[in-house]
Design a protein around this ligand. Sequence first.
Ligand code: IPM
Ligand code: MG
Length: 361
Amino acid sequence: MSKKIAVLPGDGIGPEIMAEARKVLDCLRDDYGVALETEHALIGGAAYDATATPFPEATLNLCRQADAVLLGAVGGPRWEALDYSVRPERGLLGLRSELELFANLRPAILYPQLAAASSLKPEVVSGLDIMIIRELTGGIYFGKPRGVHKNEQGERVGVNTLIYSETEIRRIAKIAFDIARHRNKRVCSIDKANVLECTELWRQVVVETHKDYPDVALSHMYVDNAAMQLVRAPKQFDVMLTDNLFGDILSDCAAMLTGSIGMLPSASLDKNGKGMYEPIHGSAPDIAGRGIANPLATILSLAMMLRYTFNDAANADRIERAVQQALEEGHRTSDIYSAHTIKVDTAGMGDAVVAAIRGQE
Ligand code: IPM
Ligand code: MG
């Protein structure tokens, strides 16, 4: 039976990169009989413009029915003056929360062909393969109280709340340990336990959860040190386990190590493995509409969808091999361009990946 993917292009470069992921999907369907159907819906600023909400009921309903969600990006300067409750980001955060997508997997892998595009020396990053496991539906992103109010002196005060229950910490820690078992069996849990009580609890619960995973090595690191270590000696990490905010920040940092944030896919999973898949880069309004965005993070997100939600490792591998081949042949969008390579636009990169898939056995 055919599976359904809810496709949410969103804002900025979202529609452009999604068009390239669609080419890959169409190719898998036509050439390899992958039974996936798609249905589009609005999210973010595009949804706000059309329906006065960044997160329409129809979109939520489609995502609930669908077997997986593929999202482009949300947000842009056009909507920055809006009230928080209707900002494009609320659409994305609403989806994460409504679908209970608490486990965010952000792999940062350096493709050997891109070593020159990294901001760090090739010897520091070559072979880099980190998996960031970010808690996605809790912490300061969702904690209450929140907002800006006036205090008794009439001065404005802003407040957000960092809050985690044991259950929330335990379930994301389990995901990290389970994933580490299929990798190099090392988890580094990131916190700020020297200052924040909430993250001291985080550390304790991670240690307790670890008792069921004696085969996995656990270490802890304060987030400031982790940021430093990521740019000093990133290969020391295998799986990094983080809360919502630290994961947001550290994953952008890890992304740059791989040459470009335009390369990094992500999966956001619920407890049954149903997921939303999206590039981590955001809507990049500065380059939107120019046809120069890198579609590889979205194409690789599709590969993650096949692997994690549809248990189709063969076709996930097929896409990942095709991306490698497109890079091997020298195709580069401008974010990863270097001397002696071939500069292509967004569509050119999508075409190169499709051609590489078609050329495979
Ligand atoms: C991300 C993004 C989002 C986040 C924004 C767009 C709300 O930066 O997915 O990393 O902060 O989680
Ligand atoms: Mg982010």
